[in-house]
Write a protein that binds this ligand. Structure first.
Ligand SMILES: [Fe+2]
Ligand SMILES: [Fe+2]
Length: 200
């Protein structure tokens, strides 16, 4: 897999299908993920590709979301049936593999799981999960908070993002995915003083 030309193709595709705000979020997520990759010793090009590709199915039709997601071999959950937009990560992973030839499993796993996370997710998946929520366009987080988060280890970053997201979902009386709860439980327990506001 030749990552740079692929990232270029995916960037062009994302720019064509996504509204400008979502496209720009993807570019910022890509840059944030690349920065985190550098910090944690992963090829930044992988983080960049994960960021640019993670939301390419965000505007896909419900039918397309189901058609693509059904190909990954995992049953569609009740929560996903009720809210098909939650399938956009799974659908994107299938599309990137079949239409763009992405064959890096770590990368596909990161994209597949960027919405809920999952216990046992790898470093790149954690990086994308965090980058998606703290990229500079997310105005619930100040520059200072972002800088503080950048000093945390990756599990503390993930925990901070999830804890705040759960608070947000509770306030809105929305359901918390069991996968996200399992991910939180799977992380080692430490003090959490993060004060982020959550996003989805
Ligand atoms: Fe997303
Ligand atoms: Fe996103």
């Amino acid at each position: 897999m030749n990552i740079d030309p692929l990232a270029e193709k995916i960037t062009v595709y994302a720019g064509g299908v996504l509204p400008p705000s979502r496209y720009e979020h993807s570019l910022r997520t890509a840059e944030t993920a690349a920065q985190l990759c550098r910090r944690f010793g992963i090829d930044p090009a992988k983080g960049r590709l994960a960021g640019i590709g993670h939301d390419i199915c965000k505007t896909a039709s419900t039918r397309m979301l189901f058609t693509l997601s059904e190909q990954d071999g995992v049953p569609i959950t009740l929560l996903e049936k009720e809210k098909p937009s939650l399938l956009h990560g799974r659908a994107a992973a299938v599309m990137l593999r079949t239409d763009f030839g992405v064959d890096d499993e770590e990368l596909l796993d990161a994209i597949r799981n960027h919405t809920f996370g999952r216990p046992g997710m790898g470093l790149l998946a954690k990086i994308l999960y965090v980058a998606d929520k703290i990229e500079p366009g997310r105005d619930h987080i100040s520059k200072k908070q972002r800088e503080e988060m950048f000093l945390m280890d990756i599990d503390d970053m993930v925990r901070t993002v999830i804890t705040e997201n759960i608070e947000y979902l509770k306030k809105k009386s929305r359901e918390i995915s069991p996968l996200t709860q399992d991910l939180l439980r799977s992380l080692a327990v430490t003090d959490n003083t993060g004060t982020l506001s959550p996003v989805n």
